[in-house]
Ligand binder design. Structure first.
Ligand code: NDP
Length: 304
């Protein structure tokens, strides 16, 4: 919990407090240190395989970042870079080999795949016990059923930030804006497991502002720059902004990143709020390595 903003004292779940910016970068750095220390205690190296198909520039940057962070944590990084003309059969065969590779405990196929490939089929070929992105149908089913499994990284990162700042989430009203399989739905499932009363909102929801105003926890995952305004925020609420939107900056020709929440308006009202950048974003890669460690321990039957 770092970086207090200047805001008037007010009631936060009955306690006089100042709003705080949640420092996801610092939290993620601590989490990575803990993971690195845990990895060092293992009698083997957890292995994360990352598969990149084609030449998407943003994907290349993400993958390079993942490989570097994996190696820094003392894990084995297995990297497969395939041409844009790779066939579905070739990609499925690679995933099958990685499923069978005893040195690989986690498999990530970087999305988006080139258009001629069927991403759903590729993702669902990943063995669920190695599905460190938590994107297979089996992982989604395990999460919905409350069974042990791997949870997609961004939702898991949001939960860890919430638990760190609120401790007990039980009984809180949570509104999740967005219902994607990647973010909205798994976050809603995680919050339900924590005994929140969860409402999932989407593009057809009526009177979003009034609904958001009921939220003790507001998760914004819509991909609409600064859609959530200050007067949508219940005073003292915890606001988790998952959105990453690139918009024009004040300087002509420059761009900047903003979230789905109008931060300057919301921060003075929120009890806790994540900034963009520096909030949820850094948690995603830290949770990828956390999932790889979890998968490795389960596969190798190592007690915690
Ligand atoms: P999707 O486009 O898959 O889903 C967006 C969701 O928002 C949909 O459910 C959609 O509703 C809903 N929505 C869109 N417009 C509105 C609106 N005007 N009012 C209410 N709901 C609306 O996006 P993702 O879930 O993949 O990502 C959401 C955001 O999170 C993006 O900005 C993305 O960049 C970011 N992101 C950030 C990550 C991180 O590491 N921090 C990781 C992943 C994503 P409907 O279903 O009705 O169409």
């Amino acid at each position: 919990m770092n970086g207090q903003i200047s805001a008037p004292a007010r009631s936060n779940f009955g306690v006089q407090t100042l709003g705080e910016i949640i420092d996801g970068k610092a939290f993620a750095a601590n989490l990575l240190s803990t993971i690195t220390a845990e990895v060092a205690k293992l009698p083997f190296k957890p292995g994360l395989a990352v598969v990149l198909v084609g030449d998407d520039a943003a994907s290349r940057v993400y993958v390079a970042n993942k490989i570097r962070t994996t190696e820094q944590a003392g894990m084995l990084s297995v990297h497969h870079r395939l041409g844009a003309d790779t066939t579905q059969a070739e990609l499925l065969a690679l995933v099958a080999r990685l499923n069978a590779d005893p040195n690989v405990h986690g498999i990530l196929v970087q999305l988006p795949l080139p258009k001629h490939l069927n991403a759903d089929e590729v993702i669902n070929t990943i063995h669920p016990d190695k599905d460190v992105d938590g994107l297979t149908v089996v992982s989604a089913g395990r999460l919905a059923s409350g069974l042990p499994g791997l949870v997609s990284c961004t939702p898991l990162g949001c939960l860890l930030l919430l638990q760190d700042h609120l401790a007990d989430l039980s009984g809180l009203n949570a509104v999740v804006l967005g219902r994607s399989n990647l973010v909205g739905k798994p976050i809603a499932q995680l919050l339900l497991q924590q005994n929140c009363t969860v409402t999932i909102a989407h593009s057809k929801t009526r009177d979003l502002a009034a609904l958001c105003k009921t939220a003790d926890i507001l998760i914004a995952a819509v991909g609409r720059p600064e859609m959530v305004r200050g007067d949508w925020i219940k005073p003292g609420a915890t606001v988790i902004d998952v959105g990453i939107n690139r918009v024009a900056a004040a300087t002509p020709g420059k761009t900047k990143l903003v979230g789905d929440v109008a931060f300057a308006e919301a921060a003075p009202l929120a009890g806790f709020i994540t900034p963009v950048p520096g909030g949820v974003g850094p948690m995603t890669i830290a949770c990828l390595l956390r999932n790889t460690l979890t998968a490795a321990r389960r596969i190798e039957k190592i007690e915690r």
